[in-house]
Design a protein around this ligand. Structure first.
Ligand code: AMP
Length: 438
């Protein structure tokens, strides 16, 4: 099956060919014809499956097949994304695939000046890619008119819910015409996502490419058990001895990301951190240097890394396991993209055994454990409860929010046994934290 059979016109096929894509990915095969037909779509597609082209190509096709309803240029397609990075990336895809079609697009997100965005919208644009918070601000200032909207896309909808965007999305929905096509993409189908979908979509076609809660098959996953205090040493050693040139490393907290970046730099490994406390300019610069192979390691928190698209990223390291098993799938989805092979290495200390157990349960398979002799964990070290910066400090270990240790993941109170409950607590506190990062 080739792109020629999917109902795309010549200018789009030309752009696809220039990208070097010869075979549509499964999501593209399924979604492109249905979207061109005008149906609502509920798609379970993880990142790395080619989903962005899966919706941007047919939407560009549809725009070219129908005349705008109004004379003045008004927004016809809106793509909502959870993060600025993903918004920028979708906008780039639209530019790439839409190179030979005459449509205009703009990207709208927070953290940068609002006035240029308002000015662009006033001039008129066909496609808007936006994060919900800033778009709602703009709508509040009557800076955008949705009356000609033909299609709404919710990209990475599960993450938008995790980040607490549900109310912003609902408010935006009220401003949109009822008659429109809606596409919802999500890596997982939680009950919350199903509820959101049932309220927004009309008789959607279900498109499912990767089995639910499964990690991409072509990613090789490995766990090394190591003491928490020796993780940095092991990471430096892996990078140096295996000569890893481009590694995305995940930490749980912004503070942890900064600290690890500094330590790697001190060990002679070029690194940069990317997280929500960094300005948009600093995030863009770090990502660009990483993509250009100017720095070897990009240290990221889950939210900041969301939507990062780096072709053929060879290595992802979980320096700390995520509290939420879904985040493990998102993290390792950064490697082994669109058929490429990739490697995901997790450094797991004794405190994280419960998290590992939850992740393996979630992905429904055991991750290979590889013992590294020189880093055999000290059997005398006891597990400590994991804590995530804000919120949990007082409850678990008596640390206050301002305590020097409150951001460093651990309290003195032993036992990961109540991990499930503490995870759900952490998840809620993540929601609040994440919201400020988007
Ligand atoms: P996505 O899942 O949209 O983030 O896309 C993942 C990566 O796959 C991106 O880097 C795309 O450039 C790439 N890609 C998308 N479609 C194809 C295709 N048909 N063949 C090869 N690579 C693709």
């Amino acid at each position: 099956m080739s792109f020629e059979n999917l109902g795309l016109s010549k200018p789009l096929l030309r752009a696809v060919k220039e990208q070097g894509y010869s075979i549509p990915t499964p999501i593209q095969l399924q979604a492109i014809p249905i979207i061109i037909e005008g149906k609502d779509v509920l798609a379970a597609a993880q990142t790395g499956t080619g989903k962005t082209a899966g919706f941007t190509l047919p939407l560009l096709e549809k725009l070219s097949q129908t005349e705008p309803k109004m004379q003045k240029k008004q927004i016809r397609v809106l793509v909502l994304t959870p993060t600025r990075e993903l918004a920028a990336q979708v906008a780039q895809s639209i530019k790439t695939y839409g190179k030979y079609v005459p449509y205009t697009s703009t990207v709208i997100f927070g953290g940068v000046g609002i006035n240029p965005q308002l000015a662009t919208l006033r001039k008129g644009v066909d496609i808007v890619i936006a994060t919900p918070g800033r778009l709602l601000d703009i709508a509040g200032q009557k800076g955008i008119d949705f009356s000609a909207l033909e299609c709404l896309v919710l990209d990475e909808a599960d993450r938008m819910l995790d980040m607490g965007f549900i109310h912003d999305i609902k408010r935006l929905m009220k401003l949109m015409p009822h008659h429109r096509q809606t596409l919802l993409f999500s890596a997982t189908f939680s009950p919350e996502i199903k509820k959101l979908a049932s309220g927004l979509l009309h008789s959607p076609t279900l498109v499912e490419v990767a089995r639910q809660n499964k990690t991409a098959d072509q990613i090789s996953q490995v766990v090394h058990f190591v003491d928490k205090s020796r993780k940095r040493e092991l990471l430096s050693q892996l990078i140096k001895t295996k000569d890893w040139r481009q590694v995305l490393v995940f930490t749980r907290t912004k503070h942890g990301a900064n600290r690890l970046t500094k330590q790697l730099e001190e060990a002679g490994i070029s690194a940069s951190a990317i997280h929500g406390n960094k300005s948009q300019g600093a995030r863009t610069k770090a990502l660009a240097s990483f993509k250009a192979n100017e720095i070897r390691v990009l240290v990221a928190t889950d939210i900041a890394a969301r939507g990062i698209d780096i072709d053929q990223l060879p290595h992802v390291v979980n320096y700390e396991l995520p509290n939420v098993p879904e985040d493990y799938v998102h993290r390792i989805g950064r490697t082994g993209r669109a058929g490429q092979s990739g490697e995901a290495v997790s450094l797991v200390c004794i405190d994280e055994h419960k998290l590992l157990f939850d992740i393996e349960k979630f992905i429904k398979s055991d991750i290979k454990k590889v013992h590294i002799e020189a880093f055999t964990p000290d059997p005398n070290i006891k597990a400590e409860a994991i804590q995530n910066g804000r919120g949990g400090g007082k409850r678990q270990g008596g640390n206050s929010r301002n305590s020097p240790r409150s951001n460093s993941s651990h309290s003195n109170n032993g036992g990961g046994r109540d991990g499930a409950r503490s995870n759900s607590r952490n998840r809620n506190s993540n929601r609040n934290r994440n919201r400020s990062e988007g």
